[in-house]
Ligand binder design. Structure first.
Ligand code: GDP
Ligand code: MG
Length: 363
């Protein structure tokens, strides 16, 4: 199962430009190509300093990073929640992603029309958010009427749901996203089952010109709107990143140095997107391959083993675990073993970010 981040925003915000340029973000993870599933779905390697550190010590034949999938979701305009433009297709696609990257236009360009006439991040964000909220309101209201009907014929579960649903309805009618709502676990579960668009983790991508990169006139507007939602803002210079995508790896590094940057904004976007999903990374070093794997925080050892191979979950015996930091300090597995740094963990062990695992299993 892959984790997906949907790129949304108004037309001509630079979504496709950023999506296409994501292919160049492989700079830090050599030899792992951007893989296009189709024109608007692509898989990118997640930049990972720790993996590079491990590779330097272990010198494996092959290094495989973990990946994140991006979707370039087209078609949001005012009225999308009522099916305007590509509204229905848009809503269907965004329902299927795990997190959302909202691209906001913060660049002026005479040759690129703005559907609403001018650069105005505040207005643009509001338009997009309003459509998402309206779509969610429809979802909740449908569920309320269904639950009310079932409660009338004596369904206790449905009548218990109604107060929570009403709370979500009130929140959305006030123009607020569902994810800000604090409900008890029972309520959270109901919300989760509704798959609300405004319940998904979200980050903003401010697509800027080189001029705006220095001035931050519009970026500061995006930041001001993001702050109360505790959402991250990644500043990307879309056309610059697209130019960079054409360069070789060495040229890219040189280019970044000239700009006074340490990494491409797209790498940052991938990193932030990954963090947003509440995922952790563990590593395996079996045979010639060093590999990073992704699981949701809170995953237990057998299920993590199941990511590698279903047989490993079924026949799970135990996991031998060392944290990446401890391994990097010792620099050798056999030395780590001698020092007793490798722990033996059972099926209830919860995987920690940065664990290096060796799974023992029956075949
Ligand atoms: N000047 C400038 N143009 C950009 C930038 N990002 C995208 N564009 C241009 O804006 C137009 C629309 O971009 P596109 O990525 O197709 O927007 P989308 O509709 O959101 O997918 C294209 O002609 C891009 O070349 C940018 O940062 N600066
Ligand atoms: Mg596009």
């Amino acid at each position: 199962m892959g984790f997906t981040c949907g790129i949304i925003g108004l037309p001509n915000a630079g979504k496709s430009t950023i999506f296409n340029a994501l292919g160049s973000a492989r700079a830090e993870v050599a030899n792992y190509p951007f893989c296009t599933i189709n024109s608007n779905q692509g898989i990118v390697p997640v930049p990972d300093d720790r993996l590079q550190k491990l590779a330097k010590i272990l010198r494996p034949e092959k290094v495989t990073p973990t990946t994140l999938e991006f979707w370039d979701i087209a078609g949001l305009v005012k009225g999308a929640s009522r099916g305007e433009g590509l509204g229905n297709q848009f809503l269907g696609n965004i329902r299927n992603v795990d997190a959302v990257a909202h691209v906001v236009r913060c660049f002026e360009a005479e040759n690129v029309v703005h559907v609403y006439g001018s650069v105005d991040p505040r207005r643009d964000i509001e338009i997009v958010q309003t459509e998402l909220i309206l779509a969610d309101l429809q979802t909740v209201e449908k569920r309320i009427s269904k639950a009310t009907h079932q409660a009338k014929v004596g369904d206790k579960k449905s009548s218990a749901e109604i107060p929570f649903l009403k709370e979500v309805q009130t929140c959305l009618s006030r123009g607020l996203p569902a994810k800000g709502l604090l409900l008890p676990e029972e309520g959270q579960k109901i919300i989760h089952s509704l798959e609300l668009l405004t319940g998904k983790p979200l980050l903003y991508v401010a697509n800027v010109s080189e001029k705006e990169l220095k001035e931050r006139r519009w970026v500061s507007q995006v930041e001001a709107l993001a702050a109360p939602e505790k959402a991250q803002v990644v500043v990307v210079c879309g056309d610059l990143e697209a130019e960079m995508a054409e360069l070789s790896e060495e040229e890219q590094a040189e280019f970044l140095k000239e700009m006074g940057l340490t990494e491409s904004a797209l790498n940052q976007l991938i990193r932030v997107g990954y963090r947003l999903l509440n995922l952790i990374t563990f590593y395996t070093t079996v045979g010639p391959e060093l590999r990073a794997w992704t699981v949701p925080a809170g995953t237990r050892a057998p299920q993590a083993a199941g990511k590698i191979h279903t047989d490993m979950e079924r026949g799970f015996i135990r996991a031998e675990v060392i944290s990446l930091d401890e391994f990097v300090n010792t620099r050798s597995m056999s030395l780590a073993r001698e020092k007793g740094l490798i722990r033996v963990e059972g099926k209830d062990y919860i995987i920690q970010d940065g664990d290096i695992l060796h799974i023992r299993f029956h075949v």
